[in-house]
Design a protein around this ligand. Structure first.
Ligand code: SAM
Length: 266
């Protein structure tokens, strides 16, 4: 464990020693995530949740949570990597039954390199989209962000990711880390297998860089292109073939594409 990580663990262990470690960690993560979210887009339900958690701690402990977040920012600032996931495992508070073993950074970086090779090429729309169906604290996404920044590409403008995790605390860990690295992201708390989706959180840069507009524009263009391609293909078919002996098959309607529908409760 690095010196900085040791300081984080020791500061964490000093907070509310009488409480269960998992609960304190959950409260730290939830309060930090809400602070980041509400600084840009104030949500009253989240604000109330923050105040309820805060009321369980002394003034000094609340201040200590603030210092802990500061330490996390420092730990994360050298490069995008899964600091919180590693801490979560080192503190031994993860749920092994839910498969909460987070991939080590070196493996995630290798996978990101295998995916995109030496040079990342942006598609015509100007940004890459990714889906992480079991995101954990976002280690694999952060490894890809590292590749982007190595290639002097700004994640805030060139990357969009949708992450899902069944465990709210873990999803919020992902939210914190992607927010601090300015990654435009939608973090969903839900079950990827059954598609029961409970909550969603957008990172601050999503609002600041108008990603809602960018995504809608891209989805519209994709839908139009798909529609155009379908009718082009149909035209070629008609032009090439002999007059059909049977009536032609109906043109299948183009599906809704790409992102999950935005849902309402946030
Ligand atoms: C092995 S971890 C991997 C996390 C991350 N992808 C990484 O490589 O570090 C798997 C994650 O999937 C989540 N998970 C398990 N079942 C899930 C489900 N049905 N839907 C969404 N997430 C799930 C767990 O909470 C856990 O955080």
């Amino acid at each position: 464990m690095t010196h900085n990580k040791k300081s984080f663990v020791s500061a964490f262990n000093d907070i509310a020693r009488h409480k269960h470690r998992y609960k304190v960690f959950e409260d730290f993560v939830t309060m930090s995530a809400i602070s980041l979210h509400n600084a840009i887009n104030k949500n009253e339900t989240l604000e109330k949740e923050y105040m309820t958690i805060q009321a369980k701690y002394s003034k000094d402990e609340v201040k200590a949570f603030g210092r802990l977040l500061g330490m996390l920012v420092e730990l994360l600032q050298d490069e995008p990597k899964d600091v919180l996931g590693q801490l979560y495992m080192e503190l031994e508070i993860g749920n092994s039954k839910a498969g909460q073993f987070f991939t080590p950074d070196s493996v995630s970086v290798m996978m990101a390199k295998m995916l995109y090779g030496d040079k990342i090429t942006l598609p015509d729309c100007g940004f890459i989209t990714m889906s992480e169906p079991a995101s954990g604290a976002g280690g694999m996404v952060l490894a890809f962000v590292k590749e982007l920044t190595n290639q002097k590409l700004d994640p805030a403008r060139t990357f969009w990711v949708q992450c899902i995790d069944i465990d709210r605390t873990v999803a919020l860990m992902c939210y914190i880390q992607l927010s601090l690295w300015n990654v435009p992201a939608q973090i969903i708390v839900g079950n990827t297998l059954s598609m029961e989706l409970r909550e969603q959180f957008f990172t601050p840069v999503y609002y600041l860089f108008n990603w809602n507009y960018k995504l809608r524009k891209r989805n519209k263009e994709l839908a139009e292109n798909k529609e155009k391609n379908v009718s082009e293909e149909t035209k070629i078919e008609v032009e090439k073939s002999d007059p059909p002996s049977q009536p032609m098959a109906e043109i299948v309607e183009v599906d809704e594409i790409v992102q999950l529908q935005l849902f309402e409760n946030l």
